[in-house]
Each structure stands twice: as structure tokens, then as C-alpha cells.
Design a protein around this ligand. Structure first.
Ligand code: 2HA
Ligand code: ZN
Length: 275
């Protein structure tokens, strides 16, 4: 067996959490990451028959939440109450590798101090199911509290089309990086079935769902891609917040946004540009 601490997926989780912390997006225990792993790759590091313990899913009503499509799948997931700041120094306490079973997960590695999966795991699993339907190669769901995006939800209308339009205008790369736009949810209680189901519904149309006055959910094929997606949305929100109270004398026009999308060959979301 190879040493799990050297596994690329553990190293990548450590680096991603460290970067997100460094950027100020994940204060205290804010944020969580789940990453669907390849079973064969995990088997190089762990005995897949050695279950350390079983952990029930928290905050969900089993009858309302059908996890069947994910049963048997293995994820690496940040722990509940754990700080992104500490993941890199002690991955075995702050991360867990779990296999999904009906109504819970089997722990294969990690949560060394008796910990459990993030309280947002039901929302993550619902999002994974929604994204796997849209893109069979989706692997990652990240929840985070990026500062400027959060600030923007206090001062911008919480309308998916208008919010997306504003972000697309904030830098030339935006419509190319997130042509599917961002979906916006109103403030909702987190850690519940309801917000998980609402986020997953949004994720049938876009890889980014903004939680007003809370943060963001992003999804993608790799940790790098998902991190880069959130990073690009956050950068756009930062430009918005930096320019909101200035007299704006230049902008990217809708015709230019269309030109960009066509040049880079992306299928951008319709109903947002006024052409
Ligand atoms: O897990 O960010 O929304 C901490 C959170 C909950
Ligand atoms: Zn949060």
C-alpha cells in the first residue's frame, strides 16, 4: 500500500484549502469541499474493505433525500467544524475519505479525532447528483465565503440574469469562464434539506450558485477547475465592489460580450445580453 499522505488527491485538497484560506474566503470553519474519487486510485492507498466507522448524514430527512445514484461512490470531504487553515498541517484530522451508503457514509480514512463529514454534505451530494446529470465528468463541489461576492449580495439585486450580466461585464474573461452564468438563491437557512435541494436545482443550469448573504457553491471536473471558477467569479465581484461607487465611464458592451463568446466558441446563456 502506498502512503495516503502522498496521494495526489490528498495533496490537492490540502493545497486548495490552504489557497482558499489564504485568500480570506474561508474564515474559521467556513467552507467545505467534496471530491469524487476514482475507486481504483484510492485502492492503491487504502484497503476498501476496512471500514473505520459509519457516520449518519446530518440534518436530512431520509425520506426526502434519495442518495441512490451515489451509493458505493468514494469521496474525500472536509470535516464538520474543521478550519481550512489547519487542513494542510493535519489532513488526517481535518479530512475524511468516505464511501456513500444509504442514509450515511462509511469512513475509510481520516477524521482521526472522531470527527464527521461537513454538515453541508447532503447539499454537496445533491449538487453532485445534479452536476453528474449535466456533466458525467463532474467531480468536485466547493462551498466557500468569498469576500467580494458576499459583499455584492448586499448591494446588488438578487436576480440570476441581472447578477450574471453584471459579473460578465466586470472582466473580459468572465463570459468565457462561466458562460452558464451564476444562479442566485435568496437568503435561506443553511445545513437543511431545503437549501440543498434548491442549490442542486440551480446547479442543473449552472456550475455556480450564489447563496445571498452567505457565500457560493461551485462545481467542476477537478479541484483546479472549480477553484478557478470561484476565483474568477470572486475577482469579477471585486471589480464590481471597487467600481460601484465610482463614476463608470467605460464598460464592455453586450455586443462585445457576444463577440467574445463567439470568438472563444462558448455556448453562453441566453436571455442575459440585450442585443
Ligand atoms: O461548514 O460554511 O455553511 C461551514 C459553512 C456552513
Ligand atoms: Zn458557509
Amino acid at each position: 500500500m502506498k502512503n495516503i499522505l502522498n496521494a495526489p488527491f490528498v495533496r490537492e485538497m490540502c493545497k486548495t484549502a490552504a489557497n482558499m484560506y489564504r485568500l480570506g474566503w474561508d474564515e474559521r470553519n467556513g467552507g467545505n469541499i467534496s471530491y469524487l474519487l476514482n475507486e481504483k486510485e484510492v485502492a492503491e492507498y487504502l484497503d476498501l474493505n476496512a471500514v473505520l466507522r459509519t457516520i449518519p448524514l446530518m440534518g436530512v430527512n431520509a425520506g426526502e433525500f434519495d442518495v441512490t445514484p451515489l451509493v458505493g461512490k468514494i469521496f474525500i470531504v472536509t470535516g464538520t467544524g474543521k478550519y481550512f487553515k489547519n487542513v494542510e498541517d493535519d489532513p488526517e484530522t481535518n479530512l475524511g475519505i468516505v464511501r456513500i451508503v444509504k442514509n450515511g457514509v462509511e469512513l475509510l480514512w481520516g477524521y482521526k479525532d472522531g470527527g464527521r463529514t461537513t454538515s453541508e454534505l447532503p447539499a454537496h451530494l445533491m449538487c453532485h447528483m445534479a452536476r453528474l446529470n449535466a456533466d458525467p465528468e463532474n467531480r468536485v463541489v466547493i462551498h466557500s465565503h468569498p469576500t467580494n461576492l458576499l459583499a455584492m449580495t448586499y448591494v446588488h439585486e438578487l436576480d440570476t440574469e441581472r447578477f450574471t450580466h453584471t459579473l460578465w461585464q466586470m472582466s473580459t474573461e468572465c463570459i468565457v469562464v462561466f458562460p452558464d452564468g451564476v444562479e442566485v438563491l435568496p437568503w435561506m437557512l443553511c445545513g437543511t434539506n431545503e437549501i440543498g435541494a434548491a442549490t442542486a436545482e440551480k446547479m442543473t443550469r449552472a456550475r455556480v450558485a450564489v447563496w445571498a448573504m452567505h457565500g457560493v457553491y461551485g462545481a467542476g471536473r477537478s479541484l483546479d477547475e472549480t477553484f478557478g471558477l470561484i476565483e474568477t467569479v470572486e475577482k469579477a465581484a471585486q471589480i464590481y465592489m471597487l467600481t460601484k461607487n465610482c463614476e463608470r465611464i467605460n464598460t464592455i458592451t453586450d455586443a462585445q460580450l457576444k463577440e467574445l463568446a463567439e470568438f472563444f466558441g462558448v455556448d453562453y446563456r441566453k436571455g442575459i445580453l440585450n442585443l
